[in-house]
Write a protein that binds this ligand. Sequence first.
Ligand code: PLP
Length: 406
Amino acid sequence: MQENIWRKDFPILETKVYGKPLIYLDNGATSQMPSQVINRIYEHYQKEHGNIHRGIHYLSEESTKAVEDTRELVKNYINAKNVESIIFTQNTTDSINIVAASIGLENDGGGIVTTEMEHHSNFVPWQQACKHSGRQFFVSPVVDGELDIDELENILKNNSIRLVACAHVSNVTGTVNPIKRVIELAHKYGAEVLIDGAQGILHLPVDVEELGCDYYCFSAHKMIGPTGVGVLYGKTDCLEKLEPVRYGGGMVDEVLEENTTWGNLPYRFEAGTPNIGGIIGLGEAIKYLMEHDVELIRKYEDYLLNYAYEKISSIEHVKILGHPAKRAGAISFVVDGAHPYDIASMLDKAGIAVRSGSHCAQPILRTFDVTATVRVTPNFYNTREEIDYFCQTLDKVINMLRKYSI
Ligand code: PLP
């Protein structure tokens, strides 16, 4: 595989941690930004910052244009049909909460299905919406890190279901779910589908038209953009049916003492001043990916993840969670005789950033009968040498921890 041609664009990777070169393998939690994105945000605040959609002065118009240009970029990036389908939110969690809270206001009585694989962000909002609205809450099972599609179909067949909420990619095992199949099944039984794309949007091509999903949610900060910005994609006919759940400026048509009418899509779901600089940063992140051959980026990521998988699996006492048919972004493992927190904190002292804990995904961890794992999530700016160093250090750390624990 060729040399890493993107790494030089990510200045944070030059950082030294405790005097050692940083090896950042926690991209599943948040990715790093290239200089192009950092500079664009800086430039926005230096030269064009004004509030959007509400002024007719130069700065307001420049900022509005930059935000609306980003909406168009997002639309093209995920191949949405309409720009009205792209709603800017704070993050994936926020996008899901908007849909869940709104569906919680309806009274058609249909149930909601999530899966055991979900991040808490795609679990708790639905659970709570069901609790408050009296809808039934179903959790479709996961076996060895993969969805049990037959069980999902049984739930759909035997119950009236309003919506299925499912991850594109698991943030724990890296399982790439057969979402096209999930969407087809849900539609067959009359349910809508929301895809949590937090871990999918960077590593996989996303074509919402081709997938046919009703909603797709993601965060800018997991795709080399800034924190504080997310996207809720919704088919326009689905969004038209949803009641807004956030009220205020920018989302209304007419406000009378006795009632208010809503503005058009997408603005009716964007109450208040959004994260303008962050949205513009997201636009620049998308431009970066498109201009730097996103296909090649994904090929390289695949290669690096497989390389890491092979090397980590060959380390003694390590057990990787799940053996999915297709994996993206993440490898989680436990070690016989060493706790994930101890491993992560010793790796940190060697300059290596990994995640340890439950990864906001307790239900799937329970399916493996563990309460915490170590998780490694490389991105396209990582290198084979970093994986080698990580594995050598991990091996040493395991030996040291096991020696003192026995
Ligand atoms: N869904 C998945 C699969 C995730 O991995 C995460 C974050 O790690 C989220 C949702 C929540 O993302 P955010 O914190 O950006 O809202």
